[in-house]
Design a protein around this ligand. Structure first.
Ligand SMILES: Nc1ncnc2c1ncn2[C@@H]1O[C@H](COP(=O)(O)OP(=O)(O)OP(=O)(O)O)[C@@H](O)[C@H]1O
Ligand SMILES: [Mg+2]
Length: 362
């Protein structure tokens, strides 16, 4: 899974248009893409034609779960936009999260920790759209991402953002965080403007091979597509905007060169049908409390994963799980045990054993 964040503190430089259409191009090339909108303005969410009424249906829930040390069903946040493109949208309430998480240890790692969940394991790419500042949310994206794309429109302020980003990455690196690879992308380019041409030459000189050769031209069809809640490859695949974002993908991922972009509409899924109800059970008549913990609840012990004891001392818990592979243990009066009835196991990182469960839905 490759995590790519799009960031620049300057507003209106093409972050959202880049994030949305990059995700669209990759999905149209048969890659499985998760789009994560962590900008409280939720522009990308609406550019996909999605509106979320409830904060807890949006990426807000990811930070909220970290804050409250709660488990989270990440799949419940996912919306199918195209066949290969799943969106976790944003909500204005995300603007309050930085203040709420002030002083919480490792809060800047909330997103990168959430992305280790097995619910993301099937995705080839995660594309993150960020707000126009280098605050808490953007820092979370920078720590979660392996690659950072910084769009630059033709303005002095845009270039100003370059040094700010580089400074922040240096500071983070000195604090022991991994630095993502940074590449810059010229957007909103108007080749008829002499100023734009001079700007491009100047940027090439100062950024060298960190600058993508691909330049995203100004193209009204990109604006129209966003207003219609579509990616450019659905709205007008022949537009310059579509050609430029396809070229960007080819430059980023040469193996995809020449692959036609074919976006398919999602197959409607009934969330109730899409889940299997799995019965977990362990015999422990002597126990006072047994919890179920696993990759499906970020290994957290809380009330909702407390199992129920029957008269014979068998502890049970029924859980709806979507298709995928899960790792779990039972916690019997505080002691972590693997499932004695399940032969599928792996060694965990601390010398214990995890049980493995593979769920297939029909
Ligand atoms: N290549 C382009 N051609 C024409 N219009 C564009 C292009 N890229 C972006 N736009 C338009 O410019 C405006 C700003 O773009 P966008 O929303 O992507 O910027 P942003 O950096 O995400 O802004 P913010 O910082 O507010 O999140 C939007 O109206 C968008 O439709
Ligand atoms: Mg934006």
């Amino acid at each position: 899974m490759k995590v790519i964040a799009i960031a620049n503190q300057k507003g209106g430089c093409g972050k959202t248009v880049t994030a949305v259409n990059l995700a669209g191009a990759l999905a149209g090339m048969d890659k499985k893409v998760l789009f994560l909108d962590i900008d409280p303005q939720a522009h990308a969410t609406s550019a996909f034609g999605i509106k979320l009424a409830e904060p807890l249906d949006s990426s807000f829930a990811i930070f909220n779960a970290f804050l409250n040390q709660e488990s989270l069903d990440i799949c419940s946040l996912m919306r199918n936009k195209y066949n290969n493109l799943i969106v976790i949208g944003s909500h204005i309430s995300l603007s309050t999260i930085e203040q709420k998480m002030a002083g919480i240890k490792n809060a800047v790692l909330a997103l990168s920790i959430a992305l280790t969940s097995n619910d993301f394991i099937d995705f080839d790419y995660v594309i993150i759209d960020t707000p126009p500042n280098l605050g808490f949310l953007t820092l979370n994206a920078m720590h979660a991402a392996r690659n950072l794309i910084v769009p630059l429109d033709i303005s002095f302020f845009s270039l100003n953002g370059v040094s700010q980003i580089q400074n922040i990455l240096e500071i983070s690196n000195n604090m022991g965080f991994k630095k993502p690879a940074v590449n810059f992308l010229i957007t909103l380019f108007d080749k008829r403007s002499n100023f734009a041409k001079n700007f491009l030459e100047k940027v090439k000189d100062s950024l060298g091979d960190k600058l993508f050769n691909t330049v995203i031209r100004s193209n009204i069809k990109l604006r129209e597509a966003a207003a219609l809640g579509k990616v450019i490859f659905e709205h007008m695949p022949s537009a310059n905007g579509a050609k430029d974002y396809a070229a960007l993908v080819e430059e980023m991922e040469p193996r995809l060169k020449g692959k036609p972009i074919n976006l398919k509409q999602p197959v409607p899924v009934d969330p109730a049908k899409d889940r299997s109800h799995i019965l977990f059970k362990i015999y422990a008549p002597e126990a006072k409390f047994v919890h179920l913990a696993g990759s499906f609840n970020n290994w957290k012990l809380n009330e909702s994963f407390l199992m129920e004891k029957d008269r014979n001392g068998l502890w049970i818990k029924k859980m709806p799980l979507s298709e995928g592979t899960y790792y779990y243990k039972f916690v019997v009066d505080g002691e972590w045990r693997h499932d004695p009835e399940n032969k599928l196991i792996e060694n965990d990182r601390v010398g214990g054993i995890n049980s493995i469960l593979s769920v297939k839905n029909n």
